[in-house]
Design a protein around this ligand. Structure first.
Ligand code: P6P
Length: 348
């Protein structure tokens, strides 16, 4: 790509602000700060053994999951980068049980940032792609006059004003949406700039590829068993086509593949913990990814309805997800509908 055509993230955001007229300066600056923090996280992840950043801390996060060193390091990078800028009224993270208020010494802003600092952290020690997922909401107007509470974050996903993820893989890339299309950037490490490499990403239809953790198959609701069974029967079965399966253990890596070549990603409810709707978290996994998928022409459901219409009841609540190319999600949801009247177990 010649240097004359290189559009950096900064230039892209300024042009979006100028042209679209609905990328407010505070939101533009917030995205710049988050993107800069993702560069710092990428640099730290890439150190691997040499940086002493691998392995676990021996502690558990609010999810009851083992915390990796990089979970905490990345969380702190995002906190330190964002709390002073005057763009945020508060932050929230997978790694922090409660919301994080902006210290009194800094001005409060108009937005709420909620994020998963390292998604897929179980893959860090085995050198597989991991990522950062973030979601931006508008803070209620009276937040400037009062203490922000968790309730202020509990907005349905269709109220997000921006969403994105960084993926730390063979390349470090950033995928962003403000509700007017999905854009991809690649980190130029020589210069330290995010460079626009994909405009208006659209999920290709018709790709016969599903991403699900097959080891949970015996625990799924019958609707999911039936859908995956039919895919597995290939061209001689009801779907009339052979399917491929991929599962990386990092949502951002699987979603990057779905955005790029299509297919479907599922993490459905299962009977291992029947009271739990699913494994993935609504506020900082399903909602931001769901916004990106919809903006790329896809669909994002919890198996019964649109993920972005779910009214959250808790910062760390979990949800079942079925998302990807609109055609394949529609086909999968037909299985859910077929089984819905049978009284079979499904997401509570
Ligand atoms: P499992 C990572 O912990 C994560 O939240 C997602 O990134 C990923 O898709 C999923 O969980 C993997 O879950 O049960 O297959 O390890």
């Amino acid at each position: 790509m010649s240097s004359t055509t290189r559009i950096t993230l900064s230039r892209f955001l300024i042009e979006q602000q100028r042209e679209g007229g609905n990328l407010p300066p505070q939101l533009r600056l917030l995205i710049e700060v988050v993107a800069r923090a993702c560069k710092a996280i990428s640099h730290t992840v890439n150190k691997g053994e040499l940086g002493g950043v691998l392995g676990s801390l021996g502690s558990e996060n609010v999810q009851g999951e083992v915390q990796k060193k990089l979970d905490v390091i990345s969380n702190d990078i995002l906190l330190d980068a964002n709390e002073w800028g005057g763009n945020l009224a508060a932050l929230a993270s997978e790694e922090m049980e409660a919301i994080h208020l902006i210290p009194h010494r800094y001005p409060k802003g108009e937005y709420l940032l909620v994020y998963d600092p390292i998604d897929g952290s179980s893959n860090i020690d085995v050198n597989l792609s991991v990522g950062t997922i973030f979601s931006v909401l508008a803070a209620p107007e009276d937040c400037s006059q009062r203490v922000v509470t968790e309730q202020d974050f509990l907005q349905p996903g269709h109220r997000q004003v921006a969403a994105g993820y960084a993926i730390y893989g063979p390349q470090t890339s950033l995928v962003l949406t403000f509700g007017r299309g999905v854009f991809g950037f690649t980190l130029d490490r020589e210069v330290g700039s995010w460079v626009l490499t994909r405009r208006n990403i659209m999920i290709p239809p018709g790709n016969r590829e599903f991403a699900v953790n097959m080891s949970n198959q015996r625990h799924w609701a019958p609707a999911v068993q039936h859908y995956i069974d039919d895919c597995m029967q290939g061209r001689d079965g009801p779907r009339g086509a052979d399917f491929n399966m991929r599962w990386t253990g990092s949502m951002v890596a699987d979603i990057e593949r779905v955005l790029t070549r299509g297919g479907i990603f599922l993490y459905p409810w299962d009977a291992r913990e029947p009271e739990r709707p699913g494994k993935l978290r609504l506020m900082y996994e399903a909602n931001p990814i769901g916004m990106i998928i919809e903006q790329a022409g896809g669909a994002a459901s919890d198996g019964r309805g649109r993920i972005l219409d779910i009214v959250p009841t808790g910062l760390h609540q979990r949800v079942s997800v079925v998302l990807g190319s609109a055609d394949e999600v529609e086909t999968a949801l037909a299985y859910f509908a077929d089984h819905a009247g049978s009284g079979e177990p499904a997401a509570p």
